[in-house]
Each structure stands twice: as C-alpha cells, then as structure tokens.
Design a protein around this ligand. Structure first.
Ligand code: SUG
Length: 417
C-alpha cells in the first residue's frame, strides 16, 4: 500500500545564522543573529509530532557530520586554519531542509515500477554543495529495498535543488501522477538555482512518461522578490495546485498544459491583490505542507508567521470558510528555521511508497520522537553566536551531540562512513 511519508530533516546541533544564501531574504537579513540550536530542533520535533497526530506517516533524515572535515580536506585545509567563510560553510546545518535533499518520483510514475530518488547537487550555494555525499549515504540506507532506485547527483554546472523545485499532482498515490519541474533562468539580481538541464536529466533518470511531465519556468519577478525556490510560492498535493499568481513565467500556458493532462486538477491561485508577493514570501504562506488527512480532509500546515500576516491569514480564513479544496489549517512554530528561510515545507521530503519497504530506523512515532528529543535536550548547544564559530569547545560539543543522536537511533554506520 502506497502512503505519503514526510521525512523531516532533524535540525542539527550547528544551526546558526551565517547569511550564506544570497536571494534568501530571511537568511541574509538575520546574518549574525544569535541562533538557538536546541530550541530549533525541538520546534522541528514538535512539527513532526503534529503531523503524527494528524494521522500522517513520518520519517526523519539525520543531521550531517559538521564541520565537514572531508570537504575541508578536499580544499587542502582544516577547521583550525580555514578562512572564516570556509569555516561557516563547513559548519552549516543546512541539511535540515530536506526538501532540498532529493527529487522523488513515486513508483506509479516510473516506467520500471520503482520509486526513483535523485540526490540534489545543490551546486549554486557553496555551503550546500557538499551536502550530497552524506545525503546519498542516508538515502542508500533508508531506501535500500529493491522497490527503490537511488541516483547520484546530476553533474555541475547544472544546479539541482531537489523537491523544492518539483511538484506532483495525482488522483491518488497509487495512480500515475503529473510531475512538474520548475526551473529558473539566470539574469536577475539573485541566482536561479534550478537549471532546466538538471530537471530534464532527472526526468530521464526516473523514466517518467514525457506525456505526463512538464518543465515550467519560474517567474523572474518571483526570484527577484526572494522566491529562491519554487516551494516558496507554490505547493501541490493530490489534485490541488496552490500557487501565487506571480509564481510562474507563463502561468496561462502552464495551467493549460496541466489541465490538458489532468482535467480534474483544482488550481487554487492567490492573486497579488489579495496577498502581495512580498507578504507571501515573508509569511511563507505557500511554504506549507499541503496534506490529505484521514479526519479533516486537505489541510494546510503553515508557519505561525502566516497567522501574523493579516493578508495571508485573512486569505486562509476566507478560503477555509468557503467551499475551497483546502478544508483546514494547522499552525506550527518553526521560527528558528524560518529565520534562515526554511518553512514547514522546506523541512520535509515527501516519499510516496510502501512504508514496509523503508528501513525502519528512518521512520518515527511518538516514542522515537521522544528519544530524539532526549538527545537534543541533553547535547544540543543552547545558543550559537557568530563569535562561537571558531571555538574548539563548540566543535567538540557539536560532534559529540551528532554521534549521540546517531547512536541513539542505531545508525552508527553513518558515523563510520
Ligand atoms: O538554501 N537557507 C536555505 C533554506 C532552504 C529552504 N528550502 C526550501 N525552500 N525548500 C537555503 O537558502 C541559510 C543558511 C545560512 O545562511 O547560514 C540557508 O542555507
């Protein structure tokens, strides 16, 4: 039986605000702020608990070894002598944003009847470009069953940011879906992170049906306004596409192509008059988890910043009170991640598959979430300020914390990789 599992990135002990992502307005705005890794990780765990309470299947991806000594060695340096910008980039906890871990095509979409995953190369941002080897190691463990095919990254220079630039619409998880790859064109004030050649390569690797696969350009206006990934301005679930009217370069062409393949699609569009692009991006209205819940129907899981944004909140209240496809709203607090531009949707990777085929060490229930919370409460630093980044005591502490979590979850083979 195919179910959608949300794999959330456990927020690592090195979570900090180094301002490493140009084009991500929250991250650059909060550069140099004091981060609270323990609170951040507990917020992420509370969000997972809320998903479990809604009756959804939940999994985890683990923090990466940080600082990344292998990366520094490849750069012919080490943590003690590295330049400050390399230190920050080696220490980043950015693997928490699991939506950027991989692109996933569930088995019903793929010619060979297997679920395909392609690890994202994340080459556009130096601090993220060295995530993929550790992500790939985890994906190969979690999805070792023959029901899956796990692919190495698309080669540089074709940037790939994973599921954050990919949407799937379907009548049901067991049915063939329509896969939509959203890419950007270079030329604006900020980098376009997803290259169309990367998207096309992944569609080929996943053996998708060209007749049910769309390549759609993200609007330059959205990227310039701070939508560094498509999932900042659009999200899809089941038959529903929920998007801002300025999300796509050729919105009418995209909608027409989508309707031609899937006449029953429900497009819920928010106009700029209702919610400006600036409000959509600062509140993260679209960086929500849109999920089908057994009890409440289609539910939008939004960050609390949406409730604090009058235009976004009023839009939701109107929609839910009316007869729209989104039946309920759930508010979660992931403020620490949000301050680095990572909302509820960034923190999770969706994999629609038979849960029995996944390595159970990557699946969680309330009891395993308790275990993770215990390790976090005991080992995660309370704060990381910019001037802590060079301190050997901090490094010893975060490395111990990381090992403690992997031991607790019985994933020691990731320590010895
Ligand atoms: O890649 N922030 C991440 C946020 C990723 C959000 N993911 C999705 N939209 N799916 C990024 O820009 C900031 C880290 C720092 O600046 O220290 C950062 O990497």
């Amino acid at each position: 039986m195919i179910a959608e599992i949300n794999f959330d990135g456990v927020i690592g002990p090195t979570h900090n605000y180094a301002g490493l992502s140009p084009g991500n307005l929250a991250a650059t705005h909060n550069a140099g702020a004091i981060a609270r890794p323990r609170a951040a990780a507990l917020q992420g765990i509370a969000k997972m608990r809320a998903n479990v309470a809604l009756g959804l299947a939940q999994g985890v991806l683990l923090p990466h070894p940080r600082p990344d000594h292998q990366w520094l060695t490849a750069l012919h340096t080490d943590y003690a002598s590295a330049a400050p910008h390399l230190k920050a980039r080696a220490l980043s906890a950015s693997a928490m944003w699991a939506a950027n871990a991989a692109t996933v095509s569930p088995a019903p979409d793929c010619d060979d009847g297997r679920c395909h995953l392609s690890v994202a190369n994340l080459v556009t941002m130096p601090h993220r470009s060295h995530e993929w080897p550790d992500t790939l190691a985890q994906l190969r463990l979690a999805f070792a069953n023959d029901a899956f095919r796990v692919h190495a990254p698309v080669p540089a220079p074709f940037g790939d940011e994973g599921a954050a630039n990919h949407m799937r619409l379907c009548a049901g998880h067991g049915a063939a879906g329509v896969e939509v790859f959203v890419y950007g064109e270079a030329g604006g004030p900020f980098p376009a992170r997803q290259h169309v050649e990367a998207s096309r390569a992944i569609a080929r690797a996943h053996r998708l049906d060209p007749a049910r696969t769309l390549f759609v350009e993200q609007s330059a206006q959205a990227i310039a306004a701070g939508a560094f990934h498509n999932d900042v301005v659009a999200v899809a679930n089941g038959r529903t596409l929920f998007a801002h009217e300025l999300a796509f370069a050729d919105r009418d062409g995209f909608y027409a192509a989508l309707r031609a393949i899937m006449p029953e699609v429900e497009i819920v569009e928010v106009s700029a008059a209702e919610v400006s692009l600036a409000d959509a991006i600062s509140s993260y209205l679209f960086n929500a988890q849109l999920v089908s819940t057994p009890a409440r129907g289609q539910t939008l899981i939004v960050p609390r910043e949406v409730r604090d944004c009058p235009a976004a909140w009023q839009w939701i209240e109107r929609h839910v009170a009316g007869n729209g496809p989104i039946r309920a709203v759930e508010v979660v607090d992931v403020r620490e991640s949000m301050a680095n531009g990572g909302g509820p949707a960034c923190l999770r990777l969706r994999v629609a598959c038979d849960p029995a085929t996944v390595d159970p060490r990557f699946l969680v229930d309330d009891r395993r979430l308790d275990l993770i919370a215990e390790v976090v409460s005991e080992y995660w630093p309370e704060v990381i300020a910019p001037d802590h980044i060079g301190e050997p005591e901090l490094i010893a502490r975060v490395e111990k914390a990381w090992r403690a979590l992997l031991r607790a979850l019985d994933l020691v083979e990731l320590i010895d990789r």
